[in-house]
Design a protein around this ligand. Structure first.
Ligand code: UT7
Length: 344
């Protein structure tokens, strides 16, 4: 036997507080149809979206993250200095290095916190819940800030009719910490890289902005610089999300030992109201289960969508602290993750 000591943390973890930041600018469908060939009716009936928020220049990834996390820390009843780990899920932090979690931790006052970014697209929040739960139970961390944040408009072509009406901006954060009783069910997660081309950046940065000081043999001469955007082949993703993700959601319920009639709240990633409806039906959830419909007013904010939707339900009183919720995220990768949680 080796003499190495292993750490051991709390028996369980829980979500202690949730906070969100929604950009000021409201963009309705009437404005969207000035950019793409579409209609208010098509957008509403096909996706459920009536309006979304787009960030202004001052509403940066850093600014929105700090605002959301501050609210979550306050609601958790903690001081920022108690947060020892900061994880940020985003696909729209445009600076490759350092991880933005480090500067977010500093601005929050989470001095010396472990800090790192992850990229799990629209499943980012559920990935972070699983990671924070494991970190707390292993003893590596005690209080973890998990932040889903996107400025998807930075990577959206507003003239692309397959994405311009869907993507939006915002940040949602949660603080996780030790718990005496189980509050986070086992995660059911995975990926399918064979479908990676369904949602993808149109070109890598080195192709978008060729290096000036080096001519690559494969490039020949430097190309004109073009800004990459996110391209989505929506319909296959729609079908995958509606059918395969309902199965994943059912597995997450089963893994947590929660029957459909014991569930209070259903918060799928806010990608499309029709996907939400298909999953709700496939799961055979009772009609009194509260369903998140944040997409109607906030569009698809990728990693931020689940915590923002939870905050909306808690603030409106539709959902209550202590209730049992099923969350499930899915998106570019393709990646997916779902688990049952107790609402803070
Ligand atoms: O967050 C990450 C995960 N993302 C998702 O889960 C998104 C999943 N996908 C979706 O939500 C849906 O696929 C969309 C909302 C993006 C599109 O809805 P759809 O029912 O899959 O539409 P479609 O692409 O099959 O297109 C149906 C019709 C086509 O016309 P025809 O061929 O039937 O005449 C399209 O040309 O709708 C047309 N169309 C549009 N019409 C008005 C496609 N985009 C638009 C548009 N406005 N923006």
């Amino acid at each position: 036997m080796s003499g190495v000591k292993a750490s051991q943390g709390a028996a369980f973890s829980k979500i202690m507080g949730i906070g969100g930041y929604r950009p000021r600018r409201v963009v309705d469908n009437a404005e969207i149809v000035t950019y793409i060939d579409s209609s208010d009716e098509w957008i509403r009936t096909r996706s459920g979206i009536t309006e979304r928020r787009w960030a202004s220049p001052d509403e940066t990834v850093q600014m929105m993250s700090v605002a959301a996390a501050r609210t979550a820390i306050e609601r958790a009843g903690l001081e920022p200095g108690q947060v020892d780990t900061v994880i940020v899920a985003t696909v729209t932090h445009l600076l490759q290095t350092p991880a933005i979690a480090t500067t977010i931790a500093s601005e929050l006052g989470a001095k010396n916190a472990a800090a790192f970014d992850i990229n799990a697209a629209c499943a980012g929040f559920c990935y972070m819940v699983a990671m924070a739960d494991a970190l707390i139970r292993s003893g590596a961390s005690k209080y973890v800030a998990i932040i889903g944040v996107e400025r998807l408009t930075d990577l959206t072509d507003i003239h692309d009719r397959s994405t311009a009406f869907i993507f939006a901006d915002g940040a949602g954060a949660a603080i996780m910490g030790p718990s005496d009783e189980p509050s986070i069910g086992p995660v059911v997660w995975g990926s399918d890289g064979e479908q990676s081309d369904l949602i993808t950046q149109t070109q890598p940065w080195d192709k978008a902005i060729p290096r000036q000081d080096r001519v690559r043999p494969e490039d020949g001469t430097a190309e004109a610089a073009t800004w990459p955007t996110i391209a989505m082949t929506g319909n296959p993703v729609f079908k995958w999300a509606s059918y395969a993700m309902a199965k994943t959601a059912a597995e997450a319920l089963d893994a947590a030992g929660v029957q459909p009639d014991e569930l209070d709240v259903f918060v799928p990633h806010q990608a499309n109201n029709r996907i939400t409806d298909a999953m709700f039906k496939a799961l055979k959830l009772p009609s009194d289960v509260v369903i998140a419909r944040d997409i109607v007013n906030h569009g698809n904010t990728s990693a931020a969508s689940i915590p923002l939707a939870i905050e909306t339900l808690l603030e409106s009183g539709e959902a209550k602290s202590g209730q049992t919720a099923l969350i499930i995220g899915f998106g570019a990768g393709l990646v997916f993750a779902g688990q049952v949680i107790t609402l803070p």
